[in-house]
Design a protein around this ligand. Structure first.
Ligand SMILES: Cc1cc2nc3c(=O)[nH]c(=O)nc-3n(C[C@H](O)[C@H](O)[C@H](O)COP(=O)(O)OP(=O)(O)OC[C@H]3O[C@@H](n4cnc5c(N)ncnc54)[C@H](O)[C@@H]3O)c2cc1C
Length: 410
């Protein structure tokens, strides 16, 4: 298998293309946008966070989620209108509660492995993506949430991650810009943050230098596999569904299509129950000196609101979070953006928030919160998708795993 089609030019598609091109495969990436990383990989929280590897399949999280459903400004929102997709996803989510510990440990291991690949690639390819290796600080307002974090730390440690408890005084030393009253925090010094979109652009260019071909503006309308060859039917993006398609042939295909992977998989006889879990971000331009001084440099995770923040270069602060179960809907709702702006105003009151750039993206989330990496039902169909809330954190490792698998099958 030498010629490989990769469907999707988000972070998973770009890392897959790079890992395959490095091994000498003839790679063609199909992406319906004009550039890499324009969908969920565009303006995420920016965290490379092994410390956020805890999967959500646990009774306390489910209980919390049910309480949140009663509150309008809560981090979780579920559209009550039932759909088979949503119901089957939640049923599978609950059935994965027994795997909470093992999946948290496995995610931690993957995240640690991914970090090393990512740093190596960025150095080799000279990619500037506003990387800040100053750790990630999780903070807690209550004793019970802090104690729960202590239990999670044990699972993270079993996966190989060290993080340490810090007092409110130590938190202020670590991040002097942070105001507010806290019970305590956990600092993961090995975690980092940066701009995923910039990184994806840089790595796509590096993959091109290694010989990968990127076909932008191409909408993949169908993928067919005979077991030994793959046919990809494409159209220029934005042409009507009825327009005739052109077909290209490959030895194998890797599906990295984010929330669209589910329907492509179904057409190839595979079931990937990915649900689009919407999240929001704001990017605050730090245009004046006072805002730059008042903004945090250390990447943060606020446990109560589930919001994260990352400083991108000198003049941008990204704040992201919330989980909304509302189908394939990318509308930016003002009432979901407001809590993000309020969060900046309450913790970093000196930052000017007159102008913020809002964004919404759909996390491709599997019910067990684990990415799907490996072969499908057909011999030459592969998946590297379903990375949910940790796509950037995990993608370099899963791309390497997938590329190793393809190489071993040669
Ligand atoms: C608010 C928010 C905050 C987040 N914060 C973090 C964080 O701090 N750290 C972290 O690690 N992760 C974070 N994530 C998760 C992370 O951003 C995602 O897991 C990741 O971007 C998913 O990448 P992907 O390549 O799977 O999907 P995408 O980036 O969506 O890429 C899929 C690509 O496939 C293309 N495509 C789909 N179908 C077709 C087709 N038929 N033809 C052609 N092209 C097609 C799409 O156009 C798209 O570009 C966050 C997500 C959100 C929403």
């Amino acid at each position: 298998m030498r010629s490989i089609a990769v469907i999707g030019g988000g972070i998973t598609g770009v890392t897959t293309a790079y890992a395959l091109a490095k091994r000498g495969f003839a790679v063609t990436v199909f992406e319906k946008n004009r550039y890499a990383a324009m969908e969920t990989s565009y303006a995420n929280g920016g965290q490379l966070s092994a410390s956020n590897a805890e999967v959500w399949n646990s009774w306390p999280t489910i209980f919390h989620g049910m309480q949140w459903m009663m509150r309008k400004d809560a981090p979780l929102l579920v559209n009550p209108k039932p759909s088979w997709h949503k119901l089957s996803w939640f049923a599978e989510f609950v059935s994965n509660v027994p795997n909470y510990k093992s999946n948290t440990i496995e995610t931690t291991r993957l995240a640690i492995a991914a970090r090393q690949y990512l740093y190596d690639w960025a150095e080799t390819e000279q990619i500037d993506f506003d990387l800040k290796q100053r750790g990630i600080l999780h903070f807690y307002r209550t004793q019970s949430s802090f104690e729960h974090a202590g239990h999670v730390s044990k699972l993270l440690a079993a996966g190989g991650l060290t993080r340490r408890a810090v007092t409110p005084e130590e938190m202020r030393e670590i991040e002097p810009a942070l105001t507010g009253r806290f019970y305590g925090g956990y600092l993961t010094e090995s975690d980092a943050s940066g701009d995923l979109h910039k990184f994806s652009q840089g790595l796509a260019a590096a993959a091109e230098r290694l010989g990968a071909r990127f076909l932008w503006n191409r909408d993949v309308r169908a993928v067919h596999s005979s077991g030994s060859t793959v046919q990809v039917d494409i159209n220029e993006a934005h042409t009507p569904a009825s327009a005739p398609t052109s077909a290209l042939a490959f030895d194998a295909v890797v599906i990295c299509a984010g929330v669209r992977s589910r329907s492509l998989a179904a057409s190839l006889g595979d079931r990937l129950n990915i649900y689009p879990v919407k999240g929001y971000s704001i990017t605050v331009p730090l245009t004046d000196e006072q805002s730059q001084r008042a903004a945090p440099n250390v990447s943060l995770l606020d446990d109560a609101t589930k919001l994260v923040s990352s400083r991108l270069g000198v003049d941008r602060l990204r704040v992201a979070g919330t989980a909304e179960f509302n189908g394939y809907n990318q509308d930016i709702r003002a009432d979901r953006i407001k809590p993000l702006v309020d969060w900046v105003q309450s913790y970093f009151p000196e930052i000017n928030t007159r102008q913020v750039i809002p964004w919404a993206g759909l996390r491709p989330m599997m019910p067990n919160m684990m990415p799907r990496v490996g072969r499908g039902r057909r011999e030459n169909v592969y998946y590297n998708t379903g990375h949910g809330h940790l796509g950037w954190t995990l993608s370099a490792a899963t791309a390497e795993m997938l590329a190793d698998l393809l190489e071993s099958r040669e």
